[in-house]
Structure formats: structure tokens, C-alpha cells
Design a protein around this ligand. Structure first.
Ligand code: AHR
Length: 515
């Protein structure tokens, strides 16, 4: 049996967790919107056509902010198509996902849905086939109370009060060769700066995210972000980055090591953003918006397998079925994000319903939780407060993580993956919560915690997600096949805890504390 020592001190903190770290993403992709959020004929649909069973699960998941309407979809989206009387809206080709977009659900419906779900909207602008003026027009339509053509248009559409959208993304994955749009960082950086200026003239209270590197394995990582910030540094608050991890090689240790890529990626982009600040002698710090992350591979490649001929409406594409090991990796990514709470201020699990999602539905039928639902829901509920700078002493292993997406057959070394990956939170209102991933697929791990400044500890809640079959998954027929169970091996004392973690497991230990 392995052992890890964890030293925590109530005064040694990284930063406060921004609730926006627990965001998700809804794209006009497959059954994400139609058959996901919106299905007027569904037995649980409300008067607006929103599935109540999905809304209940979204609230249970603890989502705080939702990115919309894409993704790749946003590169050719005309926001005007999605507003006004539903019967008069155009049917368009959704080029990104080779389907037909009926436009029955658009910006105003999304805002209504957000209010019901209790989440903040994060809107993505089309800076590929459209430009700064169109972006400013959408801000005017959404955020001005009235008195101008576009704000009055919103009112005539039935939304009298302004939407007050705060968080705006200046395009999406603009570095990606897989879409249309400005194709150099110079070109995009200038467009983003121009759009940002006009948008802030319309509403000075908004927050803006520039589109950064959409993968650590893209050859333009570094130069892209640097060049974009050369143009946009003074105009934006955040830079957006993305990561999807895979287990193509069916190598569980390497897959479990792969969330360390997220730590490295964050630290690299922070360094680039801070270098941009240094060049200007600026005190300003650009924050990271990690606004797409997940495990995604089975339905990712080859590209044509996710496209269906005949431009169907809401085809079932990218409906990845998540296993136990995927949930462990999702938990590992969440640990990486939380441990960088000083610089990562928002993040979005991609996506929310049906397409690479924690929530699955059957059109006309039930909704259920995928395995990745659980670490997210637990983190969103219990990772509130100050992140502690944990000192973890533990054996490490080396792995070669495989990523075929942007370079053929590329292996990336992860030379020092600690068997224990951990985040520790001093909770608001007292208490201490530990999120622990045991990456040893064969052995148990004993974790000895010394929590200075917390006084006598008590166990409020301790759960574990694991399975003798790491490929086990939930389905319509067996929606509860995989879910967290009670973790038995937790013993506490004065400022100490001893926790026994099963092999290949994700555990959450919520402790009561004197301070
Ligand atoms: O989330 C699926 C796709 O992944 C998004 O449309 C795009 O932003 C990313 O490449």
C-alpha cells in the first residue's frame, strides 16, 4: 500500500474559488439544444418548451455560468436569425455540424432558460464571418434598456427589461484551422481589440474574453496568445483556453496522468499574459477563462463519423458515453482548475446536455446523469471558499500521454505524475474539504493529512467514486450503475486525518473544523 503526506495550513492560500469555475457550455450542436434544453412536446416541458427534468438536473449539477451558442457553430451564426417571432425565423444551414438550424431557440430563449436554471449567461460572438459592428449590435440589443432601434427591437420581441449580459467571448477557438475566420493572430488580435472597444462604448460594465489557444498541443500555442494580447491586452479581461483529453491508447495510468497537462497549460498561458503586462509595465492581470474542457475522443475522430448526410435537424452527434475512468479524469481536471483559482476565474465543462455532456436525455423520454456528472456536482457544491496551498509528498510515476489531434501520433511525456492529485478548500463558514484522485490503478493509497490551524476535525461527508470495471457507465436502462458511495476509511483527530483511497478512485472528504 502506498502512502502520501499532505501538509495544509489555514493561512497558506492560493486564492478564493470564483463560482464561475463551475460553468458549462451549450452549443447548437446535435441534441444539445433541441431535445436537450428545449423540447416543447416533451411531457415535462414548461410553457416555453424547456424540459423541466433537464432544468432539475442542471440545478443539481451546480452549474453557475453557461457559454452559448458555440463553439464552432458561433463562427457562422447570425444572432438576428434567433430573435423575433419564432414562426418567422429563418431555417439555416449549421455548417459546423452539418445540420439544419430551425432557430426556434435563440438569445432571448437562452436568457429565459438561464434565469430558470439560476445560471449566468456567457455569450460568444461571431468574429469569423461577422465583425465588430455586429458584436456591438448584440450588446445593444441585449443590454440597453431602450430608446435605440436595437434595444426597442428587443422590447417589441417581448423582453422589456435588458438582459444585463456581463460575460462576452470575442469569438471562439480563433486559432483553429478547422473553421472560417481571421486566420492569423495579428488579424484576429486587431479585430478583437476593435470589437472590444465598440462593445464597451455600448456598455462599459461588460467583461471580455479574447480567444486564446484552443489546445496545448497546437503548434501556435504561445505565439498565438502573445500576439493576440499584443493587440488586445488593454481591451480584455480574460483569455479563453480549451482542452479535451483522451484515452485512445486505452492506457489508464497515462489517461489519469493527463490532467497535469491542464496545470502546465494554465501556467504557460499565465506566463504569456504576465509577460504582456511586463512589456507595458502594467499592473493589470489578465485572467484565464478555461471555457471548454472535458474528456472527448470516442466521438471525435474521424470527423465524418459525427456528420450525417441530408442536413437533419438535431441529429444525435457527439453523444459520448462516459465511463468511470472518464469521471476520474474529469475530477483531475477540476482539481487542476481549482488549484489555479488565483488566475482561472471561469471555466466551462463542454458541454451540458447530450453532446459530450454530463446530462443525457432521450427525446420524448427520460434524462439521466453520466459518470462525469458526479465530480462536477460535488466540486461545485463543496469547493467554495479559499484554496489551500497543499504540500503533497507522494511517489510519482511517468507516463506518455497520447494526443493525435493536432500532430499525428504525438506522445507527450508526463514525467512526474504524483499518485495523489489533490485540492484542499477551507470552506466559507468553516470546514475543510479534500478532493483526492488516487491515480494508482492497482494499489490503495493512505493519505495522512496535517491540517494546521483547523483544530479538531470531524467527518461531515466522505464519498468515493470507483468501480472494479473502469469502463462501467450509466445508461437509460441503468441510470445509477455508477455513482458515489460512502468512503469508509476516514479517521480524524486534532488537525489530522487519515484517509484510505481505493485504487483508481475519486474521493471527496468534507470535514468539520474548529475554524
Ligand atoms: O465542444 C465541441 C467543439 O469543440 C466546439 O464547438 C469547439 O469550440 C471545440 O473545438
Amino acid at each position: 500500500m502506498r502512502q502520501a503526506n499532505v501538509l495544509l495550513d489555514r493561512n497558506f492560500t492560493i486564492g478564493r474559488v470564483d463560482p464561475r469555475l463551475f460553468g458549462a457550455f451549450v452549443e447548437h450542436l446535435g441534441r444539445g439544444v433541441y431535445g436537450g434544453l428545449y423540447e416543447p412536446d416533451h411531457p415535462t416541458a414548461d410553457e416555453k418548451g424547456f424540459r423541466r427534468d433537464v432544468l432539475d438536473l442542471v440545478r443539481e449539477l451546480g452549474v453557475t455560468i453557461v457559454k452559448y451558442p458555440g463553439g464552432n457553430f458561433s463562427h457562422t451564426y447570425n444572432w438576428e436569425d434567433g430573435v423575433g417571432p419564432i414562426g418567422e425565423r429563418p431555417r439555416r444551414l449549421n455548417y459546423a455540424w452539418q445540420s439544419t438550424e430551425p432557430n426556434s431557440f435563440g438569445t432571448n430563449e437562452f436568457i429565459d432558460w438561464c434565469r430558470l436554471a439560476g445560471v449566468e449567461p456567457m455569450l460568444v460572438l461571431n468574429l469569423a464571418t461577422r465583425g465588430p459592428q455586429d458584436a456591438a449590435d448584440l450588446v445593444e440589443y441585449c443590454n440597453l434598456p431602450g430608446g435605440t432601434t436595437l434595444s426597442e427591437l428587443r422590447r417589441t420581441h417581448g423582453w422589456d427589461k435588458p438582459h444585463g449580459v456581463k460575460f462576452w467571448c470575442l469569438g471562439n477557438e480563433m486559432d483553429g484551422p478547422w473553421h472560417t475566420g481571421p486566420d492569423t493572430a495579428e488579424e484576429y488580435g486587431r479585430v478583437a481589440a476593435r470589437a472590444a472597444k465598440i462593445m464597451r462604448w455600448v456598455d462599459s460594465s461588460i467583461e471580455l474574453a479574447a480567444s486564446g489557444s484552443s489546445g496545448r498541443d497546437l503548434p501556435t500555442l504561445g505565439s498565438w496568445d502573445e500576439t493576440v494580447l499584443k493587440h488586445a491586452f488593454d481591451h480584455v479581461d480574460h483569455i479563453a483556453i480549451h482542452t479535451y483529453l483522451n484515452n485512445w491508447k486505452d492506457d489508464a495510468p497515462a489517461f489519469l496522468a493527463s490532467p497535469d497537462f491542464v496545470d502546465a497549460f494554465i501556467e504557460e498561458v499565465v506566463a504569456i499574459a504576465d509577460a504582456a503586462a511586463a512589456k507595458r509595465r502594467s499592473e493589470k492581470r489578465i485572467m484565464l477563462s478555461f471555457n471548454e474542457w472535458n474528456v472527448w475522443y470516442r466521438t471525435r475522430r474521424p470527423y465524418h463519423t459525427r456528420l450525417q448526410p441530408g442536413w437533419p435537424v438535431a441529429p444525435p452527434i457527439l453523444e459520448e458515453v462516459y465511463s468511470v475512468e472518464d469521471a476520474l479524469v474529469a475530477g483531475g481536471i477540476l482539481i487542476s482548475l481549482v488549484n489555479h483559482a488565483d488566475r482561472v476565474r471561469s471555466a466551462c465543462l463542454a458541454q451540458l446536455v447530450n453532446a459530450i455532456a454530463p446530462i443525457m436525455t432521450e427525446t420524448g423520454g427520460p434524462a439521466w446523469r453520466q459518470t462525469i456528472f458526479y465530480p462536477f456536482a460535488q466540486m461545485s457544491r463543496l469547493a467554495r471558499g479559499e484554496v489551500l496551498r497543499a504540500k503533497v509528498e507522494c511517489e510519482t510515476y511517468s507516463a506518455a500521454y497520447y494526443s493525435p489531434y493536432n500532430a499525428i501520433d504525438a506522445f507527450y511525456p508526463v514525467p512526474h505524475a504524483a499518485y495523489l492529485k489533490l485540492a484542499a478548500i477551507a470552506n466559507e463558514g468553516g470546514g475543510l474539504t479534500l478532493f483526492a484522485l488516487n491515480r494508482d490503478v492497482e494499489q490503495e493509497l493512505t493519505v495522512l493529512v496535517n491540517a494546521r490551524g483547523f483544530g479538531p476535525l470531524g467527518v461531515a461527508e466522505a464519498t468515493v467514486l470507483t468501480d472494479s470495471n473502469l469502463k462501467a457507465a450509466n445508461s437509460k436502462a441503468a441510470p445509477d450503475r455508477v455513482k458515489p458511495a460512502k468512503l469508509a476509511g476516514v479517521a480524524v483527530g486534532n488537525e489530522t486525518a487519515r484517509i484510505e483511497l481505493p485504487p483508481a478512485s475519486w474521493s471527496v472528504v468534507h470535514l468539520t473544523a474548529a475554524s
